[in-house]
Structure formats: structure tokens, C-alpha cells
Design a protein around this ligand. Structure first.
Ligand code: GDP
Ligand code: ZN
Length: 450
């Protein structure tokens, strides 16, 4: 086992905060049998079996009783010895047990440190480690299913195949460099360009799948604009449909929901209702609202809701002034059941608008399709694995280098160099070629106990 860091024993409460039937503390380190014995009054837990035991404080008093699990390295999540202490899920008793672990020489784990150790000990690559966090954070079933695919290596395998083929091609090109006179003939004969072309097509497919996966992970950000009573809440409910609508109140704004999250065909849709963004003197509320306006800046689309009997009013025009001019807008003429408008798209005052009724749901499917179209989501297919913006960026750079390799192939040294750079970009995804500071950033975004 190659360890790149001092193998200090780490521990953390792995279950969510609050009360629960069971609470779990995770410990990872080297040679944890003495640690287990000290906790359990001298027990020698059998690997991968549950040992029923009391957990003891330093003075010999029992803190709790529960199950002790022991996973000897390297066949554990982190690759080190891992203990799982399953006690009662109350915050006081869990903290007592955690303190006991600290007393026994462990220190508190940093966010993502268990996963980081798993990565450093070659238990999983970087894309897989990231999918651990993504699986836990998944906000729709489709996202969770795709995250599990990445965790099991579906994405990494695609990248490995590409990297292997790139290496084969690089060997061919580099070998050519030794024969300056016949370089070009040699490459032509070996069909180097044909091979590169196949690689580029394959990368394109991976890119398309990864893009769908990134949409599932990030979801879509929608800004809702409209005067009171035009039907914003009704439309939100109509969009949420059979999916469970997860309603979250932003801290500081108790009067009105500013952010909501719904799911459309498996895609998480984050909605910011600008109607909740009123001026305020409350400092805390102000910070929350500022942050929300920043989110508005980064949104994908603004849904401008209008009562179709009134059309776009001067009051609405004033509200529209407040949203960023470059933000794409989709005008929704609601309450078509009252105005008698035909359901569907039309032109209104030079604007493309969608007529629908949030009450009868007529036209709501059209809106869903339009929204998914806007972010380029083509439906959850079986093969989609979860991906991150970081992965898409690496794929984009690899594609650029392959394109340059193609353009400049007759300058064989450039051809070789661009292929090398393409390989490095792809290897960032699995972490074979990833700077340390990037690793720090990636794992620090995990939560404690992962
Ligand atoms: P909000 O203030 O913009 O969130 O508007 P609400 O969703 O609370 O709706 C205001 C009122 O309009 C409620 O009484 C809704 O039932 C009604 N309403 C919303 N959409 C429609 C619609 O499409 N047709 C009809 N007839 N009434 C609607
Ligand atoms: Zn409302």
C-alpha cells in the first residue's frame, strides 16, 4: 500500500446530524485492532462481521452499546483499516463516542478525507470519488442512478479506453520521429489520421453523454419573474406534477419562498422567484437577497409570467429592468382558460410567447419540453453517467488538442505534442494527472464523514 501522507487515524460521525435510530462513527487508520479493543473492552472483532458490544470511556464506564464493524486494509473503503461504530443516533451519545475516539489518538476527519484516502490508496479514481459526493447530493432519481454508474466506473472506463488508444497512437507517431525522411509516408501507411479520426468521434460520444450527465448533476437554473397573482405558484406546482416538489426556504426570508427546486423528467430545476426579492433593511436578509441576485446572474433562463388578459404591463416592464439583459427570456401567457387564447407558441408584440393554463395544465408539457430543449437535455437514457463541469472542461481541452493534432499532422513533432496534451487533459478526469491543489479543492467540497 503506497501512502502519500502521514497515516494518522481519522474519525468522524458519518450519519446526518440530528436524532436517528442509529448513528455511525467511521474510523480509518493503520492497525486499528488495538483501537477497537480499547473501545470495546478488549474485544477482537472478526473482519467484516458485526460484533455486538458496549463502547467504553477511559474510566471503564459504558458510553453506549451497539455494533462494531472491522474492515482490515487494504480491502476497505479507504484501503486502510476501517472501523464502523454503530451506536444510538443521538447527538450527545455520538459526541461522547467521538470524544473517546479522539482520546484514543484519532483526529477529526476533514471534509471528504475518507474518499481522498480511498483515492490516494488507489481504491477508486478521481471521477469515482467525486461520484460518491454526487450520489449523496443527487436531487433526482435519474441523477442518483447516473451517479452510481460513475461510481461503479462507467465514466472512468470510457476515459481509460480513450487514453489507451491515445497512447497507442502516440507510440506510433513518436516512433516515426526517428525516421525524419519518411515520416509522412510512414504515418500515411499506418493510417495515423484515420486512427485519430476514430478517436475524435469516440471522444465526441463521451462528450455528449457527459454533457447529459452534467445537466443531471447541475440541473437548470430558472428565474421566475411576474407580478403578484399571475400564477407563479400555480405554474410551479403544475411543472412539478407527479414528482415530489422539494420546497426550500432561503435563510432570512421567512415571508416568501425565494428558491424552490422541482424535477422535470429527472432534471433538477432550481427556481428563483424574484417576487420574493424585496428591498429590506434587515442585514441578514440583505445578504441572502444579494446572494440570490448573484444566482440570478448565472441563471439559464428567465420565465416571465403574464396574466394573458393583461399582457405585459408597465409594472412588469419595470421588474424586467432588474434582471440581467443578457439572460434569455421566455414569456408565458398564463390563464389561457380565462382569456380563450389558443394553447401553444405565438408571436406577441415581437416576442415569442407560450400560452398555457397553470390551472388546467394545458400547455405545461410544451413548457417542459421547451425548458429541457433550452439546456440541451435529450432525455435520460440508460447509458448516462454523472459528470461535472470539471470533466466537460477536460474533455473540451482534449478535443481541442486532437483537432490541432489533426490540422498540423504534417509537422510530426506538433502532432506528437498535441496528442500528449490531449492525453494529459483526459487523465485529469480520472486523477492520473491532477495537480495537488486541484485535489484539495475537489475534496474540500465533500461533507464530513465521506
Ligand atoms: P402568484 O401570486 O403569481 O404565485 O399566483 P398564484 O399561483 O398564487 O395564483 C393566483 C390566483 O390565480 C390563484 O387563485 C390561482 O388559482 C389563479 N390561477 C393561476 N393560474 C391560473 C390559470 O391558469 N387559470 C385560472 N383560471 N386561474 C389561475
Ligand atoms: Zn405565489
Amino acid at each position: 500500500m503506497s501512502t502519500l501522507y502521514a497515516p494518522v487515524t481519522i474519525c468522524a460521525i458519518a450519519t446526518a446530524p440530528g436524532r436517528g435510530g442509529v448513528g455511525v462513527i467511521r474510523v480509518s487508520g493503520r492497525d486499528l485492532l488495538p483501537f477497537a479493543a480499547a473501545l470495546s473492552g478488549g474485544k477482537q472483532p472478526r473482519p467484516r462481521y458485526a460484533t455486538y458490544t458496549d463502547f467504553y470511556a477511559a474510566d471503564g464506564q459504558a458510553i453506549d452499546n451497539g455494533l462494531l464493524l472491522y474492515f482490515p486494509g487494504p480491502n476497505s473503503f479507504t484501503g486502510e483499516d476501517v472501523l464502523e461504530l454503530q451506536g444510538h443516533g443521538g447527538p450527545v451519545v455520538l459526541n461522547m463516542l467521538l470524544s473517546r475516539c479522539l482520546q484514543l489518538g484519532a483526529r477529526l476527519a476533514e471534509p471528504g478525507e475518507f474518499s481522498k484516502r480511498a483515492f490516494l490508496n488507489d481504491k477508486m479514481d478521481l471521477a469515482q470519488a467525486e461520484s460518491v459526493a454526487d450520489l449523496i447530493d443527487a436531487s433526482s432519481e435519474s441523477a442518483a442512478r447516473s451517479a452510481l454508474k460513475s461510481l461503479k466506473g462507467a465514466f472512468s472506463n470510457e476515459i481509460h479506453v480513450l487514453v489507451d488508444e491515445l497512447i497507442t497512437l502516440r507510440m506510433l507517431v513518436e516512433a516515426t520521429l526517428d525516421f525524419p525522411e519518411e515520416e509522412i509516408d510512414f504515418l500515411k501507411q499506418a493510417d495515423a489520421l484515420g486512427k485519430l479520426q476514430t478517436l475524435r468521434q469516440r471522444l465526441q460520444q463521451v462528450q455528449a453523454t457527459a454533457r447529459q450527465g452534467a445537466i443531471l448533476r447541475e440541473g437548470m437554473h430558472v428565474v421566475l419573474v411576474g407580478q403578484p397573482n399571475v400564477g407563479k405558484s400555480s405554474l410551479m406546482n403544475a411543472l412539478a406534477g407527479d414528482d415530489i416538489a422539494i420546497v426550500t426556504d432561503i435563510a432570512g426570508t421567512t415571508r416568501d419562498t425565494v428558491r424552490e427546486e422541482i424535477v422535470i423528467d429527472g432534471v433538477p430545476v432550481h427556481i428563483i422567484d424574484t417576487a420574493g426579492l424585496r428591498d429590506t433593511d434587515d442585514v441578514v436578509e440583505k445578504i441572502g437577497i444579494e446572494r440570490t441576485w448573484q444566482a440570478v446572474e448565472r441563471a439559464d433562463v428567465a420565465l416571465v409570467l403574464v396574466d394573458s388578459r393583461d399582457g405585459v404591463t408597465t409594472e412588469l416592464e419595470a421588474i424586467l429592468e432588474r434582471i440581467p439583459p443578457q439572460l434569455p427570456r421566455l414569456f408565458i401567457y398564463n390563464k389561457a382558460d380565462l382569456s380563450g387564447d389558443a394553447i401553444g407558441l405565438s408571436e406577441q408584440d415581437g416576442r415569442s410567447v407560450l400560452h398555457l393554463s397553470a390551472r388546467t395544465h394545458a400547455g405545461v408539457d410544451l413548457l417542459k419540453a421547451r425548458l429541457l430543449e433550452l439546456i440541451g437535455y435529450s432525455g435520460a437514457s440508460e447509458g448516462v453517467f454523472l459528470a461535472r463541469e470539471r470533466h466537460l472542461d477536460a474533455i473540451r481541452r482534449a478535443a481541442e488538442h486532437m483537432e490541432l493534432a489533426h490540422t498540423d499532422w504534417e509537422m510530426v513533432e506538433i502532432f506528437a505534442e498535441e496528442l500528449r496534451l490531449a492525453q494529459n487533459a483526459l487523465s485529469e478526469i480520472t486523477g492520473q494527472f491532477t495537480p495537488d491543489d486541484l485535489l484539495g479543492v475537489i475534496f474540500s467540497r465533500f461533507c464530513i464523514g465521506k
